[in-house]
Design a protein around this ligand. Structure first.
Ligand code: IMP
Length: 302
């Protein structure tokens, strides 16, 4: 039995030798796709006896994969039609003998559709070629955000913080984080212009806070701190409103690129110096809907 976790880039069919334990390229490629989506898999973990003769198994079937999260066996068919007929017969027999077992036969082109269908994200096959690899899976995001929420709740015990989010990248993070904060709290949102090299001279406030934060304990919630310049500007601005305190909570910290050294009180994940998308973060407004954080292919960047 072999288990694996998300780590290998999956773009295009693998060209290298098929590594053990796989028998075919298609299996290896499927495992890489599962890794890409952060779905646990086991390779040929079980053999189902199909026919017996005087107590001996005379025919058996070992499906290629078992996906424990989905309680699903998967058999790949990249075979010629005459061999597929034989496989179909075995599959029918297996379903008759083991009615409780969930098994499907998959053609290569069905892989991505299947994964989307089982709730691993609204990723359309069209988006896949733009993604290099998944950096943080949906379940890791949720687990870590739960921890942060608990820590923030402890730190703010007896207080009533106002969570200030900066649109639009913070949308998913803020929505999840606030549900893990157990002290009474309020939220507010602002939006600012970012540098686009089009001659605009400075950060502009596109949407200001709705509430007065004077004397309040502000928790500024950010999607990613890169150079630190945006955050630095926002903190300066919020300070003019004379809150009682300001702390910063960021989902991602791209520390390697820091220019302005702003103190971060809560960091969910440190990320390498790569352009990341998903879970609210965009590239040219796309990819915000991915349920995980992924690295964009380098070729796409200007
Ligand atoms: P900073 O001012 O350089 O720290 O940039 C912060 C802002 O840049 C974030 O709020 C994001 O909107 C954007 N940003 C920086 N790095 C990335 C990235 O890797 N992916 C998506 N947006 C990013």
């Amino acid at each position: 039995m072999v288990r694996a976790r998300a780590r290998i880039p999956v773009t295009g069919a693998p060209t290298e030798e098929v590594p053990p334990p796989f028998a075919h390229n298609a299996e290896y490629e499927f495992a890489r796709i599962l890794d890409f989506y952060g779905i646990d898999w086991q390779y040929e973990p079980r053999t189902f006896p199909l026919r017996y003769d005087r107590g001996h198994v005379t025919e058996a079937f070992s499906p290629d994969f078992y996906l424990p999260d989905l309680s699903l066996y998967v058999e790949l068919t990249t075979l010629k039609p005459n061999l597929t007929a034989e496989k179909n017969r075995k599959m029918r027999l297996l379903k008759e003998l083991y009615p409780g077992v969930n098994i499907i036969m998959l053609k290569k082109r069905d892989y991505l559709r299947l994964l989307a269908k089982y709730g691993y994200g609204p990723l359309s096959p069209g988006q896949v070629p733009d993604i290099d690899r998944v950096l943080i899976t949906a379940s890791k995001l949720q687990q870590r955000i739960g921890q942060l929420g608990a820590q923030i709740s402890r730190d703010y015990a007896g207080k009533e913080p106002v969570l200030v989010g900066v649109l639009r990248g913070v949308l998913c993070f803020m929505a999840d984080l606030m549900r893990h904060i157990s002290v009474p709290s309020t939220i507010d949102l602002m939006a600012i212009s970012s540098y686009e090299g089009n001659g605009s001279a400075a950060v502009r406030i596109l949407k200001d806070l709705d509430e007065n934060i004077k004397g309040q304990d502000v928790l500024l919630v950010e999607d990613i701190v890169d150079t630190g310049m945006t955050l630095n500007h926002i903190i300066d601005y919020l300070n003019t409103k004379r809150p009682a305190s300001i702390k910063v909570c960021t989902l991602l910290d791209k520390r390697a690129r820091r220019i302005v050294n702003v103190p971060l009180d809560y960091v969910a994940f440190e990320v390498p110096d790569e352009f990341v998308v998903g879970y609210g973060l965009d590239f040219q407004q796309r990819f915000r809907n991915l349920p995980f954080i992924a690295v964009l292919k380098h070729e796409l960047l200007p």
